[in-house]
Design a protein around this ligand. Structure first.
Ligand code: SF4
Length: 447
């Protein structure tokens, strides 16, 4: 069967789609890249952002037209919307054939086999540990960036931040065995992967079980995992996302500083700079503790940079609360920030609070922070002119195919004129010659 998988939402979903594609290809199906070519379409959905959920349901409606030409067409959903609303959607959308929850991706080949036989409607909902069959399946050769791969190290989350639906739709945290993760990384390295991105809702809590913050300073199974992956020959860069700040301890900070392969760009979701709002969000740290992580890392690795997630307009957020967020953002000097205007997600604790910050005010606060980000980037990028960086080459630049681009270990994009004999996935050295707030430009100084 020809199967098209469309992915909505986060990198975890992208990774799940890759696993699903690998399992289905192994079962003899062909993965295609347009719905027109397909006999079956799977939407890998997301409940975390309301927009992604709306888009996926809308897409299912639009795709019904495909049934006129191909009445045998199969439609399915997978991912966290399937987990949380699968049954409801199966009832509401008559042309939806199956919904498979986040922990049952390995059931897809069986579902297709059953559907091919009897087009039965199937929903599998039982939860397993995180080492579910197929979680380590990859399609390195077919990937857009065959030199780079994602590894899911855990599923679900125990934190219950008051605005977040993840613990309800992806379940409680289940961590994979370290040996299994290391084996997967070794297999990827053998296939030529040089950069690994470790994924989880709260990677810093990996292996800690039910421990509540404040966590001890000398124990971090995640730091141990970083060390083991670092020892793998062929792996040259390790990234991870997302870590909860309350699980950053001394051991993890020192390990990040000590291991050269761990990229020096840390995504550290701040959410708010107001201690009162952080409490309302059920985020067990305050602005001073957050800033201390930044300071501790910078004292060990002066060139390290940070990205973050911020929510503006959380219920009851006053001008003073917002100013505290703005001030902390300015003090840290983030190189990137994903800024979200608060919107309530049904079933979360904060959805019971009055969404009392007007939309126009949320928009204004969003714009203020975006302007802050641009200003910081302009200043920090200008300071990099004249410096030389090692880049992982990513291929032709989006705007001009004559020029190529690559990433520094701090996740900065550098655009350069393409020299002869380089290919995607190579490492080269580039000297920065000019900069904008978004991009650095440079020339190759050494291959
Ligand atoms: S840490 Fe909080 S925001 Fe992140 S997934 Fe868990 S509950 Fe959601």
């Amino acid at each position: 069967m020809k199967i098209y998988i469309k992915t909505y939402g986060c990198q975890m979903n992208e990774r799940d789609s890759e696993s699903a594609a690998a399992l289905l290809a192994e079962a003899g199906h062909t993965i295609v890249y347009t719905e027109e070519e397909a006999d079956a379409v799977i939407l890998n959905t997301c409940s975390v952002r309301e927009q992604a959920e709306i888009k996926a349901i809308g897409k299912l409606g639009i795709m019904k037209r495909l049934l006129y030409e191909k009445p045998h067409m199969i439609f399915g959903i997978m991912g966290c919307m399937a987990q949380s609303r699968g049954e409801e959607l199966l009832q509401k959308i008559p042309h939806l054939d199956f919904a498979v929850g986040t922990d049952n991706i390995h059931a897809l080949p069986e579902i297709f086999e059953d559907l091919a036989k009897e087009r039965a409607k199937i929903r599998k909902d039982a939860r397993f540990g995180a080492d579910t069959p197929g979680i380590d399946a990859h399609r390195v050769e077919e990937a857009d960036k065959p030199y780079c791969a994602f590894i899911s190290i855990s599923r679900g989350c125990n934190r219950f931040c008051s605005y977040c639906i993840v613990p309800y739709v992806r379940g409680r945290e289940r961590c994979r065995e370290a040996d299994s993760i290391v084996k997967e990384a070794e297999m990827l390295a053998e296939k030529g992967v040089v950069e690994i991105m470790l994924l989880g809702q709260n990677v810093a809590a990996y292996g800690m079980g039910d421990v509540l913050p404040p966590i001890p300073d000398d124990e971090s199974p995640f730091a141990d995992l970083l060390e083991r992956i670092s020892a793998i020959e062929g792996i040259r860069r390790i990234r991870f996302t997302s870590p909860h700040p309350a699980f950053f301890n001394k051991k993890l900070i020192e390990m990040i500083a000590r291991l050269p392969k761990v990229c020096k760009n840390i995504h550290l979701p701040m959410q708010s700079g107001s201690d009162r709002i952080l409490k309302e969000m059920n985020r067990p740290y305050n602005s001073a503790q957050y800033y201390k992580i930044v300071e501790d890392l910078r004292s060990l690795v002066p060139h390290i940079n940070f990205s973050t997630d911020i929510i503006v307009g959380f219920p009851t957020e006053t001008e003073e609360d917002f100013n505290a967020t703005h001030a902390l953002m300015h003090k840290v000097g983030f190189d990137n920030a994903f800024i979200f205007k608060y919107s309530p997600r049904k079933g979360t604790k904060s959805s019971k609070m009055t969404d009392d910050v007007p939309q126009a005010e949320k928009e204004r606060r969003n714009q203020v922070l975006l302007a802050e980000l641009e200003e910081t980037n302009k200043r920090k990028n200008a300071a990099l002119v004249g410096e030389t960086f090692e880049l992982l080459v990513e291929g032709p630049s989006k705007r001009n195919a004559e020029r190529w681009s690559g990433r520094t270990d701090t996740f900065k994009t550098v655009v350069f004129p393409k020299p002869e004999n380089i290919k995607e996935g190579d490492f080269i050295h580039v000297k920065v010659t000019s900069a904008t707030s978004m991009t650095l430009y440079g020339e190759v100084v050494e291959k």
